[in-house]
Design a protein around this ligand. Structure first.
Ligand SMILES: [Zn+2]
Length: 220
């Protein structure tokens, strides 16, 4: 007997109907550096796709990771959890990384927006799109209850005050500026965090930052 359902290839392989939701291309796009210029969401609101301009135009399809991008647009941090071993992933992984779990499919969960700095560095140079924000702190942060670390900026801090293990929280950019990418949020120090007193190492880093501030101020 033939299983008719399996033969209905058209139904299972037809492309999703994507609808443009937001377009923010400048009319006279010249050099925009690294910039998302639009995004699409499927009619059933399960798939996300965007165009990224980075000297040329790239199509970024989120596919099975769409809940992550759609979550960012709503101000939610969506990660995944392995139902077998319990590991929690952010950035999300579609399949568990533990060999014993044999690529078990993970499940989506909303994560807390607080975490701890695992490690960090201070950037004194960067790509064009963030040159004017130099010097800034780039950190790997482990959100509460998550197994993996995510890289993003820590803002609203003097770079020399960043510390290992400092508590941070997620801060989203305003809703109308979100593009469904990691740049939709950044980290800031937790509410009750206070920088430790200045010491020779912090003084040294502060000195290294000074010419960077000066150079950035000279940029047009
Ligand atoms: Zn697992």
């Amino acid at each position: 007997m033939t299983n008719k359902k399996n033969l209905n290839l058209h139904e299972t392989t037809s492309p999703p109907k994507m609808k443009i939701v937001k377009e923010f291309r400048d009319e006279n796009t010249k050099e925009v550096g690294f910039k998302f210029v639009d995004y699409y969401i499927s009619e059933d609101k399960t798939l996300f796709q965007a165009h990224l301009h980075y000297d040329q135009l790239y199509t970024v399809r989120s596919a099975e990771l769409s809940p992550y991008a759609l979550g960012l647009l709503e101000g939610k941090i969506m990660g995944t959890k392995c139902p077998k071993c319990g590991d929690v992933f952010f950035p999300p992984r579609v399949n568990c990384w533990n060999l014993d779990c044999k690529l078990t499919k993970t499940e989506w969960i909303e994560l807390p927006q607080t975490g701890k700095v695992h490690t960090y560095t201070i950037a004194g140079w960067s790509g064009r799109s963030s040159l004017k924000r130099l010097p800034f702190v780039l950190a790997y942060v482990i959100l509460d209850g998550v197994t993996t670390a995510v890289a993003n900026e820590i803002r609203e801090i003097n770079p020399w005050n960043a510390e290992f293990n400092m508590l941070v929280k997620v801060k989203f950019v305003p809703k109308e500026q979100r593009v469904g990418a990691i740049t939709d949020f950044y980290f800031v120090p937790a509410d009750d965090w206070k920088p430790s007193p200045m010491n020779p190492e912090k003084e040294r880093i502060k000195k290294l930052c000074e010419p960077v501030y000066k150079w950035v101020a000279s940029l047009k």
